[in-house]
Design a protein around this ligand. Structure first.
Ligand SMILES: Cc1ncc(COP(=O)(O)O)c(C/N=C2\CONC2=O)c1O
Length: 405
């Protein structure tokens, strides 16, 4: 019913995806040149999608537009909470009180704020690595130390090193865990057993925990997300972050749900946070939660096929690459260590040699050298061309290297 094969022109829309890559990936300005025109790149880097947001979301925004006044706005109507609560109940059998919900114009700003609200200046933030780099930036922005617990990587699969995690959690100066659930970039969906293992250590050390569940709706069709709040139903030091931004390609609308159990932290947030919201964003998010499920179910089938195609293509054209289909997210995490030295700048190599924009190597704090992360949320034809270029560039590199030796 929905046309995910449609190629949509994003030029001149102020998109980070098309216009922000020089600064974000290469820390360069617009003077940085490549042997490709910007529009010739296959863009597989920042985590937003090449698909139109659902029609029901646009209809919801149009309905709000027709009200024609856009004054100071906040989520006052109970209908927003009802839509989100129904979504969480139906999909995760998880409920939370309306008073726990506060809004943020992004999960990143929420992380930045809460590190300061939760951690004293001499306390530390703990997270699993490799990691979405903004967990590190949130600690650094608040001048708080961060501690990494490297995931175990065995036979192409990531798991939690509970001994290492327990040791680091036991440090009395470690006060906050930021948990990525599901995990970016590995794509892991933590099992109930793994979440219970974390919960035991969290409780033993009275850690504050922010469970960043932004990717929770984007599961492979055979996967199940468990909110940490379900495993820790009575734990007061829990904050859960969810958002429509990844699920419905609404990151530019800057609206996120922050569910703060602790009354003290919630009142600090309400005192310090700029508590106004964009009226069109509220309409978009509420319409998505109320009516977006059919689109999401079709998207998940399309993404599963993109992952299957990617696995098949890499097996055939880059046989020494290690790749397991992500259990969640639309991000493929590919181990190319058999093809590159650990310190090679992979984003730069693929931008110059393949005309593909991707993230990887040391962009995920630590424990990620030799990996690339590919955004598969694009029409299959775009994906096929991106994979073709990537494999050709790697195979040519090895031929040139061999001939050059
Ligand atoms: C785990 C995680 N948390 C938070 C965010 C951002 O939340 P926002 O501030 O947009 O509400 C992202 C987006 N991840 C991105 C964005 O581009 N590349 C990524 O890996 C993410 O992966």
């Amino acid at each position: 019913m929905y046309n995910f094969d449609e190629v949509i022109d994003r030029r001149h829309t102020n998109a980070m995806n098309t216009d922000g890559f020089r600064g974000y990936i290469f820390h360069a300005d617009d003077s940085m040149t490549f042997p490709y025109k910007d529009e010739e790149f296959i863009r597989m880097w920042v985590a937003d999608m090449e698909f139109a947001t659902p029609d029901v979301v646009i209809d919801g925004m149009r309905e709000r537009l027709d009200k024609r006044i856009f004054g100071y706005t906040r989520v006052f109507e109970k209908s927003y909470y009802d839509a989100l609560a129904a979504w969480c109940k139906a999909r995760y059998d998880w409920s939370f009180d309306r008073k726990e919900l506060v809004m943020s114009n992004g999960i990143i700003p929420a992380l930045f704020e809460m590190v300061e609200y939760i951690c004293k200046p001499d306390e530390k933030v703990l997270f699993l690595t490799p990691s979405y780099a903004y967990f590190k930036y949130a600690a650094e922005a608040g001048n708080r130390e961060y501690v990494c617990s490297d995931l175990v990587y065995e036979d192409g699969r990531y798991s939690i090193d509970f001994d290492d995690f327990a040791k680091k959690a036991a440090d009395e100066k470690t006060s906050l865990l930021i948990l990525c659930n599901p995990h970016n970039p590995s794509g892991r969906v933590w099992t109930e057993e793994e979440l219970k293992g974390l919960a035991k250590i969290i409780e033993e050390n009275s850690l504050w925990v922010i469970s960043d569940e932004i990717h929770c709706d984007l599961l492979r069709c055979n996967q199940k997300h468990i909110p940490l709040g379900k495993v820790m139903p009575d734990y007061q030091r829990l904050v859960t972050c969810m958002a429509p931004s990844k699920t419905f390609n609404l990151a530019g609308m800057m609206i996120s749900n922050v569910i703060i159990r602790d009354e003290g932290l919630r009142s600090v947030w309400l005192d310090k946070h700029y508590n106004f919201d964009n009226p069109l964003s509220i309409a978009a998010a509420q319409s998505a939660y109320e009516k977006g499920q059919p689109w999401l179910e079709e998207l998940r089938v399309y993404l599963d096929e993109n992952f299957r195609f990617t696995q098949e293509y890499l097996a055939e054209h880059l046989p020494k690459a290690k790749f397991r289909i992500s259990e969640a997210t639309y991000l493929a995490w590919v181990d190319l260590n058999e093809y590159f030295e650990p310190d090679e700048n992979l984003p730069l190599f693929f931008a110059y040699k393949a005309g593909v924009l991707l993230e990887g190597g040391n962009m995920f704090v630590q424990h990620s050298d030799g990996f690339i992360r590919l955004n598969l949320a694009c029409p299959k034809a775009t994906l096929a061309e991106g994979l073709r270029r990537i494999c050709e560039a790697v195979n040519t590199k090895h031929t040139e290297k061999y001939l050059g030796e």
